[in-house]
Design a protein around this ligand. Structure first.
Ligand code: ZN
Length: 166
């Protein structure tokens, strides 16, 4: 079906369909994918993928009756500082390794339809899981009104040796 498979350069779509017919037929060992994708739902409370836009790079290989997609999602995250609620931004980069099957297991693998797969849902999952849970605009942020609501470092327990937020 000419023209039905968007390539890089086209406006980003909320689907990321890859035709795996050549992989299925054994004509190629792998398929390299590098495309932009617009996430349908770009965040969690307090944090989101900026503009819902990510770049997806993946290598698809056939593994028995399944396809294996190994790659990463990149974009920019934007979130509220948990103390002062100012916007903080950072680089989002999430690796993924996903299995696509003709009979997928709910919550574990993704479907193959007509020798095509959609990388968008897996990319969305990887991106959202990598959003920061409790971002700070700076390590010493004192919050919006430190006099009345001391939320800065002094009000917290001493930091543990291994800081939780990496
Ligand atoms: Zn702050």
């Amino acid at each position: 079906m000419p023209g039905s498979d968007p390539v890089g350069g086209d406006p980003p779509s909320s689907r990321l369909i890859v035709d795996c017919a050549r992989l299925e037929a054994g004509a190629v060992d792998c398929i390299e994918v590098s495309r932009r994708c617009l996430l349908a739902d770009s965040g969690v409370p307090g944090a989101r993928v900026l503009d819902g836009l990510v770049e997806v790079e993946a290598t698809l290989r056939k593994a028995a009756a399944a396809y294996l997609a190994v790659g990463r999602v990149r974009g920019t995250w934007a979130a509220e500082c948990r103390r002062c609620l100012e916007e903080v931004r950072g680089l989002l980069e999430a690796p993924f390794e996903e299995v696509f099957e003709w009979s997928p297991l709910e919550g574990e693998t993704w479907p193959i339809r007509d020798q095509r797969i959609d990388l968008a849902p897996a990319s969305h999952q990887a991106a959202v899981l990598s959003l920061p849970l409790a971002p700070l605009c700076s390590p010493g942020c004192a919050g919006p009104d430190p006099e009345r609501f001391p939320t800065g470092p002094a009000a917290e327990l001493p930091p543990k040796a291994d800081a939780a937020d990496v």
